[in-house]
Write a protein that binds this ligand. Structure first.
Ligand code: MG
Length: 320
């Protein structure tokens, strides 16, 4: 259903030519065939992880959100939750209002619990933490809460403990009407052994004892699929010497979110095959994914980098 705000936003996009320029205008990051151009009314579901903006998001938040919408972004995954009800310097309820005004949905949020090592004594505190997180995120209509980095895991057993705590967090999220997820980087593709004291990455795995497993696989096995999904960062998987498509084929019901990320602006490095990635993502029914651009300055500002990423995706014939 097109409500008034959406209608006005679409009208304003057409007026300023933002979306049209993104498809047909100036030099773009990829030269897809003109046949790929879509009807102007058709919109792609393009998410942005707001970590991509760094502090630029907080300089004039309402204005930045409106610009993102004009570039073609439809929803965001937040970074910057502070454990007290704020995203960066902005109260969550205020941020929600700003996102609504810009016509952006808040789909997801990255949350780092303040615990590095998961020992039995932290479990009650961890549960309390997630209860607060989930209440606050349910109140703004968020769909996913995602932990973006790995607690210390040096053995298979530690991986199993972390996985079981993830499941506990997932139960709390589900009770609040949210889906809990874990976002991976490359460290999850180090290997651990039973009773080990070290995570092994890089070369030399042939010297490991029998039974060495990827931390990623340990976490998959140790988490309850009823409560825990995984957000695969495709770039970081490649940096961990993995094929993101093979991971999606191996875990088609567990990987439900993606980070669409390149070394810099999407499609410019040559190290990421996004056509294959999107093809596989659609094959397993992934609906929500987020552009991520880390602080690599190939554009004068992060915002301009995000604009270039959206232009790439709007032009790409393989992105629905
Ligand atoms: Mg990421």
């Amino acid at each position: 259903m097109t409500n008034r705000r959406e209608f006005l936003r679409n009208a304003s996009i057409l007026t300023v030519g933002g979306l049209l320029a993104g498809r047909t205008g100036h030099a773009a990051s990829a030269n897809f065939p003109a046949a790929a151009a879509m009807p102007a009314a058709q919109k792609k579901n393009i998410g942005l992880q707001t970590y991509s903006l760094g502090n630029e998001l907080w300089e004039n938040t309402p204005e930045v959100l409106k610009k993102l919408a004009s570039y073609g972004y439809t929803h965001v995954e937040l970074a910057g939750y502070d454990g007290k009800g704020n995203f960066g310097p902005v109260k969550m309820a205020d941020f929600k209002k700003m996102a609504d005004d810009a016509g952006l949905r808040i789909t997801s949020s990255h949350i780092n619990p303040p615990f590095r090592v998961y020992t039995p004594d932290i479990l009650p505190k961890l549960k309390d933490y997630w209860k607060t997180v989930c209440e606050q995120h349910a109140a703004i209509g968020c769909k996913y809460v995602v932990q973006p980095s790995l607690p210390e895991i040096l053995s298979v057993e530690e991986g199993q403990t972390v996985g079981s705590y993830f499941t506990e967090a997932g139960k709390i999220a589900k009770a609040a009407g949210l889906q809990w997820g874990y976002h991976s980087h490359n460290v999850e593709f180090a290997k651990v052994v039973p009773g080990g004291k070290e995570a092994y990455s890089g070369y030399g795995w042939h010297r490991l004892p029998e039974g060495a497993k990827y931390i990623y696989d340990v976490l998959m096995a140790a988490t309850d699929p009823a409560y825990v999904i995984f957000e695969l960062d495709c770039y970081w998987a490649v940096m961990g010497m993995q094929d993101p498509c093979a991971l999606m084929r191996e875990y088609p019901t567990r990987i439900r979110l993606l980070h669409i990320k390149d070394k810099a602006v999407l499609g410019e490095s040559g190290m990421m095959n996004f056509e294959m990635i999107f093809k596989q993502a659609y094959a397993i029914g992934i609906k929500d994914w987020f552009v991520e651009l880390e602080g690599i300055k190939t554009r004068p500002t992060q915002l301009e980098g995000c604009k270039a990423c959206a232009e790439y995706l709007l032009k790409a014939p393989f992105v629905k």
